[in-house]
Structures are given as structure tokens and as C-alpha cells.
Design a binder for this molecule. Structure first.
Ligand code: ADP
Ligand code: MG
Length: 373
């Protein structure tokens, strides 16, 4: 099969700084591909190359066999590349239905599409789209009254209305609620049945929901590629993501990892358990509301990498750190009720910590008191 997109050895230099370095990438028609990578990895620049906003300094990018260097941004859009930006660009004073009608009529002028009668066939397309994006009930209220998530879906719908062959979606769940995030995942999965899609995303939990093949970018080049499980266990990826989370110290992160592995011990990291860990720990380590939100996302990404408990515990160098790990770990287990596997891992954890028995008792009792109140 001819790849829908093929990037060969592309380098992009900005005044000598290489945002992309000898990047090679290929994608089959009909694929849903997720691209992840830490901040500054070159993800946005990668999309800019595909849309023609940025031209490769060296190397070639081809779309449906056509060398993109020969086309303007506008021509590339016409060739069938559609891009969804991070912030929604919808007409706020028009309704979702009107916004979609405009997109279906992209070639006609604004005046005509506002005031001429919309043909029957197009109406069906618009109502089909409204259903796909889950906005039937809100189809006829001005878009300014939609939630941030609903606006994102509307914009995805507007993009789909122009029937692009390749859909580029940059961080679709940034700033969305958990529920909206899940719905966005479902929407992308349903669109993937009939479109080739590239999704750039930072939120690893969301990536796990939708990912088939994941490409990890780092410092402008492909670090690794594979299924979510392969990528998550790749030592190079773990290293890159461990270097992240600037709001926390390495020691704090390590404690969080240990606490998470307690709750994970039964290989069943319940959403409630995860939510609790994220809430509890972001509170523990940060008082600022915005920071706590940042921290939760960092933690989610961090928790998506697997490291053995032995290794993490070894890194707890001070007794205070070991005590804090024990306290938080016990607390998280205690809140959810301890399963058999979790209790085995907890015992193992206590052994590894190697704290005096009295200290362990005292800490457990402290936590018990929190619960008896
Ligand atoms: P990501 O989207 O993965 O966070 P970007 O593609 O936005 O990464 O940026 C990759 C690197 O290239 C960053 O270090 C960024 O500062 C740099 N960069 C991006 N665009 C420009 C530009 N127009 N001029 C100079 N440097 C840029
Ligand atoms: Mg970016």
C-alpha cells in the first residue's frame, strides 16, 4: 500500500536550532496514529511540516505520493489535510448547526451559506455530523453557550465536514473534564473507522484509551514506535518521561510511584484509586490550585511507565522519605479496602523499607486514627 503520509529524513532548523532532526515517519491510509513526547519534542513542528506551515530544511514530506514542498499551505489543505488546532475556532454567535453548514459549504461565500436555503442532501450530512459529535440536543443554541469540550467536538465536526483524507488533531483533551476526555476518545475512535487520523497528545491516560500504534518523539526525532504496552515499557521512553514533571523533585516522584504501585498490586488500578492517588498526592505536594492540576497530568504520565517496586524503594535515601512513602501507601490502601495481592505487596514493601517495627506500627496507627474520626 502507498503510505498516505511519508516523512523521509526531515530536518527543520530555526536559526540553527533543529526542532526536527532527521525524522522519518510513515503511515498507512486508514490508520489512527498517536504521537506523544515531552514538551519541546517537536510535535507541533511535525504537524506544521505536514500542513505546509513550515517547510523542511532538508528531507522530504509526501502526502498521497505528492511532495509537499511544492505546495502552499492552502493547496495542501485542498489536497485533503485538515487540522484541528488546540483552541477551538468556531463562530460563537452561530449555532452548532450553522457552524457545520458553513463548513459543508466551505467553498461558497459566507453570505450565501447564511441566507440561502440549505439543500436537502446537505441537511442530512449536517444532522449526521451533529449526531456523530453528540450535539443534537444543543444544535440550535449559539455556540457561545457550549462547554469547552462541546466546542472542541463541534470543531472536529466542522473539520470532518470538509472530508479531509488526513485529520490532524493537536492535544484535543487539554483543559477538558475527565468525562469530556472519555467522550472525545470515543469520537476519535468512531471517526477512525473512516478517516486517517494523527492525534498529538500529552495525556497518557487518554492515549491509552485510543492508541493502536504510538510514535514517541524526543528532541526532534522518533525515539520509538509500537503498541502502548511496548512504548510504555521501553527504557528510553521511561527515561525521557522520568526527566519530566518539573514541579516535583525526583524524591517526591519516587514516593508517588511507590504509592501507586501499592494500589496497582492487584494489576487493577481502579479509576477511583487512581483519582484518589492523584488528588491526595497533588494536595500533599502542592497548595496552589493551578499547580495541582498541572501536577495531576504529570503524575498520570509518570504513572504510565512501569518500574519495579524494589528499584523505587532503593531510591528512598532518607528515613523521612521512607516514612512518608509508608504513610501515603498505607493510606491509599486503607481507603479502598485491601485486596489479597495488595496485602502481599504491602508486606513486601514493609520488608524493603526496612524501618523499625515500632516505627511502622506508629505510622499505621496514625493513619488508622485518621479513619476512625
Ligand atoms: P512540542 O509541540 O513537542 O512541544 P515544538 O514543535 O513546539 O514542540 O517545538 C520544538 C522545539 O522547537 C522547541 O524547543 C521550540 O522552542 C522550538 N521552536 C518551535 N518553533 C520555533 C520557531 N518558530 N523558532 C524557533 N524555535 C522554535
Ligand atoms: Mg506543541
Amino acid at each position: 500500500m502507498v503510505p498516505i503520509l511519508s516523512i523521509q529524513d526531515v530536518t527543520v532548523s530555526f536559526d540553527g536550532f533543529k526542532a526536527l532532526k532527521n525524522l522519518t515517519f510513515s503511515m498507512e491510509p486508514g490508520e489512527l496514529r498517536v504521537i506523544i513526547g515531552p514538551n519541546g519534542a517537536g510535535k507541533t513542528t511535525f504537524l506544521d511540516v505536514i500542513t505546509g506551515k513550515v517547510k523542511p530544511t532538508t528531507g522530504t514530506a509526501t502526502f498521497k505520493g505528492k511532495n509537499l514542498a511544492r505546495y502552499s499551505e492552502h493547496e495542501i489543505a485542498k489536497l485533503g489535510v485538515g487540522r484541528k488546532f488546540q483552541t477551538p475556532r468556531v463562530y460563537l454567535n452561530l449555532t452548532p448547526r450553522q457552524n457545520l453548514e458553513l463548513s459543508c459549504n466551505a467553498r461558497k461565500n459566507l453570505w450565501n451559506s447564511l441566507f440561502s436555503k440549505v439543500p436537502q442532501a446537505e441537511r442530512r450530512t449536517v444532522s449526521g455530523l451533529l449526531e456523530t459529535i453528540g450535539l443534537v440536543a444543543k444544535a440550535d443554541i449559539p455556540a457561545q453557550f457550549l462547554s469547552h469540550g462541546e466546542k472542541q467536538w463541534l470543531e472536529i465536526g466542522m473539520l470532518v465536514a470538509q472530508s479531509p483524507d488526513l485529520l490532524l488533531v493537536d492535544e484535543p483533551v487539554a483543559g477538558l473534564t475527565d468525562e469530556e476526555t472519555t467522550k472525545t476518545g470515543q469520537l476519535l475512535l468512531s471517526l477512525a473507522e473512516s478517516h486517517s487520523i494523527i492525534v498529538i497528545e500529552h495525556d497518557m491516560e487518554f492515549v491509552r484509551q485510543i492508541a493502536r500504534t504510538v510514535t514517541v518523539l524526543h528532541e526532534g526525532t522518533v525515539l520509538c514506535e509500537g503498541t502502548m504496552a511496548q512504548v510504555q515499557n521501553d527504557p528510553k521512553v521511561i527515561e525521557v518521561y522520568l526527566g519530566e514533571a518539573p514541579t516535583l523533585s525526583a524524591e517526591q516522584l519516587n514516593i508517588i510511584r511507590i504509592v501507586a504501585s501499592m494500589a496497582w498490586a492487584d494489576a487493577n488500578f481502579e479509576p477511583e484509586e487512581q483519582a484518589l492517588i492523584l488528588d491526595r498526592l497533588s494536595l500533599q505536594f502542592s497548595q496552589d490550585k493551578d499547580l495541582q492540576h498541572e501536577l495531576k497530568i504529570e503524575l498520570k504520565n509518570y504513572l504510565a511507565t512501569n518500574i519495579p517496586l524494589e528499584q523505587s524503594v532503593q531510591k528512598l535515601t532518607t528515613e523521612d522519605d521512607r516514612k512518608m512513602a509508608l504513610k501515603l501507601g498505607y493510606e491509599v490502601l486503607r481507603v479502598n479496602g485491601v485486596t489479597e495481592q495488595e496485602s502481599v505487596v504491602y508486606q513486601r514493601f514493609i520488608e524493603l523499607l526496612d524501618l523499625p517495627v515500632e516505627t511502622v506500627r506508629a505510622i499505621e496507627q496514625d493513619v488508622e486514627q485518621l479513619f476512625s474520626k
